[in-house]
Write a protein that binds this ligand. Structure first.
Ligand SMILES: Cc1cc2nc3c(=O)[nH]c(=O)nc-3n(C[C@H](O)[C@H](O)[C@H](O)COP(=O)(O)OP(=O)(O)OC[C@H]3O[C@@H](n4cnc5c(N)ncnc54)[C@H](O)[C@@H]3O)c2cc1C
Length: 469
């Protein structure tokens, strides 16, 4: 290794400069080259791709403001990383860890290849409160239930404090023949062409590290007080909206943790909020232990579920045309903004897997394509949780009644009114069951695609038999 050889900082799900342990390592070692590889072997959903475009552009801007740039490459990951390392005469490649099965395999293979080439490869903990293997039962096994896992996390004390943006960040020059092979965010073709369905995403979100911290600051000063009481009400702007920023690593969970703590010992709201951030770690720890979580039930006895095939029902659910207002509102919010309130995610997931008896994997795939926060761990984990086949899951016989859920969590009907204009003129009492009006549901609003009592009985039967089988 030559003296002053550059270190490649390989960005992945950590598109930020602050609290980026791998970047701090690279900056302390010598001149830095910042790399992002867009690999078609890791397909991402349409909404995620939209976000990634903005996220790469924002990171590139932040690096340019410090005299550097983001080197974006497109292609299979390993050849890209190795080619760049060779071309720039790198001494090391550094990154923050990922936890999904295929990604870990890629990272392990690259580590071996780099070491074979005589280069250093160093990985860091940058995306979780704690590494999955650090939180274990007394017997050394992984936790399968959230509450004792969270207790164990709290007993470990605070996660390490976040590290600042490196004070000095010297960038290695990029030779013209290398620059020629690099892409721009626009060159990756991440944005929708025609039709341009991203208008709602543009209106709702600003990807990037600066926007993430503005959102966090705003949440802490304006919304944290009241979070525990209001977070379940989709008509209230009560939650942080940080999920896509966490997904792309514009902000780290450690930064969030310490920002909450900096306000003093957390009260019920702070404790509740950190507990939710904890679910994200738990989902990733579960993915680490069960790499096929997106395709196989965590409780194998449910793999025999007699799921129905119903493309028409699935389409109605996707389009928000089921005839159940809170379900339709959620699915339309998702389509327009790329995000859906957590309570409503649970309601629509229960409706799909219970009342329609459709495979949770179909729902998971639709969410993966339409959510800006689509996350291999949190998405599959929560779908399995709602369906009843996951870890620490809601029991299969807990079936959300969408009318009662709407009445309870959207009592004035504000949330439904915002997303379902056909029934926006109805009062809070009738808006969740418009078919009960003497005149029937307003014209233009779809009829119910399933009878609630019938769908519930069918689901209970199917789930009960699957457990017995
Ligand atoms: C069927 C289903 C699918 C989901 N898919 C995803 C997904 O793909 N990506 C995703 O980030 N979240 C997913 N969630 C979890 C949750 O709905 C979102 O994290 C939350 O709505 C994001 O909004 P927020 O940032 O305002 O949350 P806040 O209430 O402000 O919570 C703060 C952070 O805690 C984390 N968090 C909160 N609840 C959960 C949870 N149940 N599981 C994991 N992390 C959580 C998120 O990172 C969130 O940003 C899913 C939930 C369900 C029921």
């Amino acid at each position: 290794m030559t003296k002053n050889a550059p270190t490649i900082m390989w960005f992945r799900d950590d598109l930020r400069l602050a609290d980026n342990p791998a970047l701090s390592d690279a900056a302390a070692t010598g001149p830095v080259i910042c790399l992002y590889v867009h690999d078609p072997a890791f397909p991402s959903g349409g909404a995620e791709r939209w976000w990634l475009h903005g996220a790469l552009a924002a990171l590139d801007q932040d690096l340019q403001a410090r005299g550097g740039r983001l080197c974006i490459m497109a292609g299979p990951t390993q050849p890209c990383v190795l080619w760049l390392a060779q071309q720039v005469g790198a001494g090391a490649v550094v990154w923050n860890r990922r936890y999904g099965g295929p990604a870990r395999q890629v990272d392990a293979d690259i580590k071996t290849a780099l070491r074979t080439m005589g280069l250093q490869a160093r990985s860091h903990p940058g995306n979780m409160l704690h590494e999955p293997w650090q939180v274990r039962t007394r017997q050394g096994t992984s936790f399968r239930v959230y509450t004792p896992w969270w207790r164990a996390v709290q007993a470990m004390g605070p996660p390490p404090p976040p590290v600042p943006v490196p004070a000095t960040l010297a960038f290695a020059p990029i030779a013209p023949h290398i620059a020629e092979r690099l892409e721009t965010p626009a060159g990756l073709d991440l944005l929708p062409a025609r039709p341009d369905w991203a208008q709602g995403l543009r209106e709702t979100w600003q990807p990037g590290e600066r926007a993430a911290h503005e959102r966090l600051d705003h949440f802490l000063s304006e919304r944290l007080a009241g979070y525990a009481r209001l977070r379940d009400l989709p008509g209230q702007p009560a939650t942080s909206g940080l999920s896509p920023h966490l997904r792309f690593g514009h902000v780290s969970p450690r930064q969030i943790w310490h920002a909450v703590m900096a306000r003093g010992a957390p009260d019920a709201d702070g404790t509740c909020f950190l507990g939710e951030v904890g679910w994200r770690d738990f989902a990733h720890a579960t993915l680490f232990d069960c790499p096929d979580m997106a395709t196989r039930s965590l409780r194998p006895e449910y793999d025999a579920m007699p799921w129905r095939t119903d493309p028409v029902g699935l389409r109605a659910w996707q389009q928000g045309r089921t005839g159940y207002p809170i379900v339709d509102a959620g699915m339309r919010e998702l389509w327009h903004t790329g995000w859906m309130h957590n309570r409503v995610r649970m309601i629509v997931a229960s409706f799909l897997t219970k009342h329609l008896l459709l495979d949770w994997r179909a729902g998971e795939r639709w969410f993966a394509d339409t959510l800006v926060d689509a996350d291999a761990a949190s998405n599959a984990f929560n779908w399995q949780w709602v369906a009843g086949c996951g870890l620490d899951a809601a029991p299969y016989f807990r079936i959300f009644n969408p009318v009662l859920q709407g009445e309870k969590f959207d009592p004035a009907g504000d949330y439904v009114r915002r997303w379902v204009p056909e029934i926006a003129h109805l009062d809070g009492k009738t808006i969740h069951a418009p078919w009960k009006m003497a005149t029937g549901a307003p014209r233009g609003y779809p009829p119910c695609i399933v009878d609630l009592a019938g769908g519930r009985a069918r689901a209970l039967d199917a789930w009960k038999n699957a457990v017995k089988a």
